[in-house]
Design a protein around this ligand. Structure first.
Ligand SMILES: [Fe+2]
Ligand SMILES: [Fe+2]
Length: 237
C-alpha cells in the first residue's frame, strides 16, 4: 500500500491568510492516524517565487517527517525553486512500490503549460520498466469546461499522450493548477486534479461569471494505491 497526500497551489506569500491555510493543512496531516508515505506538492507552492516564500514553506512543511515531492507551477520561479532545495525541476522518486515522475510543465513568464521535448524524452526513459508509475506536473493537459482554467491548460498534449500510451505501467496522471478537485481521463488512464489550498475554482453551472472562491476551505487529495488499484479521496480542512 502506498498512501500519498496530494497538496497543491498553496500560493504561500508573506501574508497571514496563506500561512494560516497552509498551516491548517499541515496540522491536519501531522495529526493523521496513519502517516502518509509522501506529500506530493503539484506547484504554485509560492505565490511570487521568492526565496523568502520558499523558506517559509519549508518551515511549515518541515515538521512533517515524510518525503516531500515538489514540482514547480507557473507562480514558482525556476532559479529560486532549485536554490531553495526543492529541485531538480524534473526528477523521479520511488515511494513504496510506486514511481513518481515529477515533471516541470511550466514556461517561464506564462501561465499556460508545455512540456519541452527534452523533458518528454527524459520522461519516456524514466517510465521504462514495469514499476507502477504516476506522472505528475502542474498544468493539466485537458479542458474542464471553465474558460479561465481552460485558457491556461497545458498545450502540446498529444506528445505527452504518446509517451504515456507507450508505458502501460502508468497508473495515473496527477496535476494541480486548476484549484478544483476533478477527475477525468487522459491517454487512457485516470487524471486527477488536486483541489487548491488557496482557493477553489467556480464552474459556469455555479456562476457563469465566476472565477475563484476565496472562502471555500483549503482541501487536498489522498491517493491510496493498493493491490494495483488507485483510490482517490478528497478532504476539505
Ligand atoms: Fe495556482
Ligand atoms: Fe498554476
Amino acid at each position: 500500500m502506498t498512501l500519498i497526500a496530494h497538496v497543491s497551489d498553496t500560493h504561500l506569500d508573506d501574508g497571514p491568510r496563506s500561512a494560516e491555510r497552509v498551516t491548517r493543512v499541515v496540522d491536519y496531516l501531522a495529526g493523521l492516524h496513519t502517516r502518509v508515505d509522501a506529500v506530493l506538492l503539484t506547484g504554485d507552492l509560492a505565490d511570487h517565487g521568492t526565496a523568502d516564500e520558499y523558506e517559509r514553506l519549508r518551515g511549515i512543511f518541515g515538521r512533517l517527517d515524510v518525503p516531500l515531492l515538489h514540482l514547480p507551477g507557473n507562480h514558482d520561479r525556476r532559479e529560486e525553486f532549485v536554490a531553495a532545495g526543492l529541485g531538480p525541476r524534473n526528477r523521479a522518486e520511488l515511494v513504496g512500490d510506486a514511481l513518481f515522475a515529477l515533471v516541470d510543465s511550466t514556461i517561464p513568464g506564462k501561465d499556460e503549460g508545455f512540456i519541452e521535448d527534452s523533458v518528454l524524452a527524459w520522461l519516456d526513459a524514466t517510465l521504462d520498466g514495469d514499476t507502477p508509475a504516476f506522472v505528475c506536473f502542474h498544468q493539466p493537459p485537458v479542458t474542464v469546461g471553465q474558460r479561465f482554467a481552460d485558457g491556461v491548460r497545458q498545450f502540446g498534449e498529444e506528445r505527452l499522450e504518446a509517451v504515456i500510451r507507450r508505458h502501460p505501467n502508468v497508473v495515473a496522471v496527477l496535476c494541480g493548477h486548476f484549484h478544483t478537485p476533478t477527475v477525468t481521463t487522459f491517454a487512457g488512464v485516470p487524471l486527477v486534479i488536486a483541489p487548491g489550498v488557496t482557493s477553489t475554482l467556480i464552474f459556469p453551472w455555479e456562476d457563469p461569471d465566476g472565477d475563484v472562491d476565496l472562502d471555500a476551505p483549503p482541501a487536498l487529495a489522498f491517493h491510496n494505491y493498493v493491490g494495483g488499484r488507485l483510490t482517490t479521496t478528497f478532504k476539505s480542512i
